[in-house]
Design a protein around this ligand. Structure first.
Ligand code: UDP
Length: 420
């Protein structure tokens, strides 16, 4: 079987932590890797966004990353990329002809990739499976709740694209039952068209390490109470709310420290998040928290098990969170999580067992729930955390579900005319 994956929004080989390299990047990369281990040939198409990047990167015997020419070979802001989608589609079609590739299924990630998928689906006569990763309306509602200015033209364009994809794709995979419900309701899609397959955690990378050992490795004190944030530096991640919660926490427990892991490495990436970085720095100074908060910068995934294991609690105070891989990574390392009661985290976390939910944007509630974990020993939650991830969210099991799903779809589709 040969899979044509589209991830125009994120290059699966991008350095993680930056504005456009988070959960979706991890998902595409890991799924491609696991499926290729199972014998599936996978080509992931992404936009060629830097001249120095290679056009085709062979990642293993059966999976490749292919940079498709679509506009200039440099960074293009998302709103301008919409005009390049036809070009992206033509690049994929050109390559399939040039290499005489015979794909079986198209798998698109995020709405622009869904539009590309719909356009090449016609020419290649293939089924299209779409994964949303994020829904326009969830983002819009979070922005509305916080009185953040909304670009209504962009919002309606995205909403209309998401509706078209819902109606014209062959199948949809949602990453949680809650997301499935929203897709059904907002896009009027029958439930039978949508399957729920969550995102997984790679146990080779994310596993528990002794807490004292981890702290010594990182040069962190073994006496401090440590809160960890891991993720992109984005407004909707709620880091601002976490900083405000810190102002309350240090009043009760002066030995509480917050480490923030994430952010871009590249100059372009740093420019994209500069405004939010500045806002957070100002907030930190305004609350006189400089000595309690450290911005660690981005880390590779293989370094993160130490950070999660060293922490007493991981905080994910997002205003909306389509799935949320970070909470599961933390849980896999045995560290409880305080997460906003939103999106996929309502499905992956168990309140009171793997940590606690806090109401999004509610500083006092966030501080209270973090305090609740800090006042106990984290070992109180560790077994539940690890068990929950092992039981339901390990990539080897989830990739197996994908394999079964794609094989069944391929079999069903084999009666359709072959691609030209
Ligand atoms: N991540 C990373 N290094 C960093 C920051 C984040 O590897 O410095 C990874 C993190 O391990 C996780 C992903 O980025 O796998 C973030 O995914 P999540 O679903 O939590 O958030 P999203 O980026 O989708 O909003």
């Amino acid at each position: 079987m040969r899979l044509l994956m589209i991830s125009d929004h994120c290059d699966p080989l991008a350095e993680l932590g930056g504005k456009e390299a988070g959960g979706q990047t991890v998902y595409v990369r890991t799924l491609a890797q696991f499926l290729s281990d199972f014998g599936v040939n996978v080509d992931v198409y992404t936009r060629w966004d830097q001249a120095s990047k290679k056009e085709v990167v062979q990642m293993g015997p059966r999976w490749r990353v292919i940079r498709a020419l679509a506009g200039p070979k440099n960074y293009v802001p998302p709103d301008q990329r919409v005009g390049l989608l036809d070009w992206f589609s033509r690049s994929i079609l050109w390559r399939t002809k040039y290499e005489r590739l015979r794909y079986d299924i198209i798998h698109s990630n995020y709405w622009p990739a869904g539009l590309i998928g719909l356009s090449i689906k016609q020419s290649l006569h293939l089924p299209l499976v779409h994964v949303y990763h994020s829904l326009a309306r969830s983002k819009y509602e979070a922005m509305r709740r916080s009185n953040t200015p909304i670009d209504f033209i962009a919002y309606h364009q995205r909403l209309s694209a998401e509706t078209t994809i819902a109606q014209h794709s062959s199948r949809i995979i949602s990453t949680s039952p809650g997301e499935k419900q929203l897709i059904r309701q907002w896009y009027n899609v029958p439930g039978e068209k949508i399957d729920v397959i969550p995102i997984g955690i790679n146990p080779v990378i994310f596993h528990s390490v002794n807490q004292d050992f981890s702290r010594r490795e990182l040069g962190w004190s073994t006496k401090k109470k440590i809160i960890l944030y891991v993720g992109r530096i984005e407004w909707h991640k709620g880091i601002g709310t976490l900083i405000e919660a810190m102002a309350q926490l240090v009043r009760d427990q002066p030995e509480v420290y917050l480490y923030i892991v994430g952010g871009a490495k590249s100059k372009t990436g740093q420019q994209l998040e500069a405004e939010e970085q500045q806002r957070l720095q100002n907030l930190m100074r305004q609350h006189k928290l400089d000595r309690y908060i450290t911005f660690v910068g981005p880390k590779r995934q293989d370094e993160l098990a130490l950070y999660y294991s060293a922490a007493d609690v991981t905080a994910i105070p997002s205003y909306y969170e389509p799935f949320g891989i970070v909470p599961l990574e933390s849980m896999a390392c045995g560290t409880p999580v305080v997460a906003s009661r939103t999106g996929g985290m309502k499905y992956t976390m168990v309140d009171g067992e793997t940590g606690y939910f806090a109401e999004p944007m509610n500083v006092a509630d966030l501080a209270r729930k973090i305090n609740r974990i800090l006042s106990k020993n984290k070992s109180h939650y560790t077994r539940n955390c690890i068990w929950r991830v092992q039981n339901q969210f390990f990539w080897p099991k989830i990739a197996q579900k994908y394999l079964t799903y794609f094989l069944a779809l391929n079999e069903k589709n084999s009666t359709l005319p072959a691609q030209s």
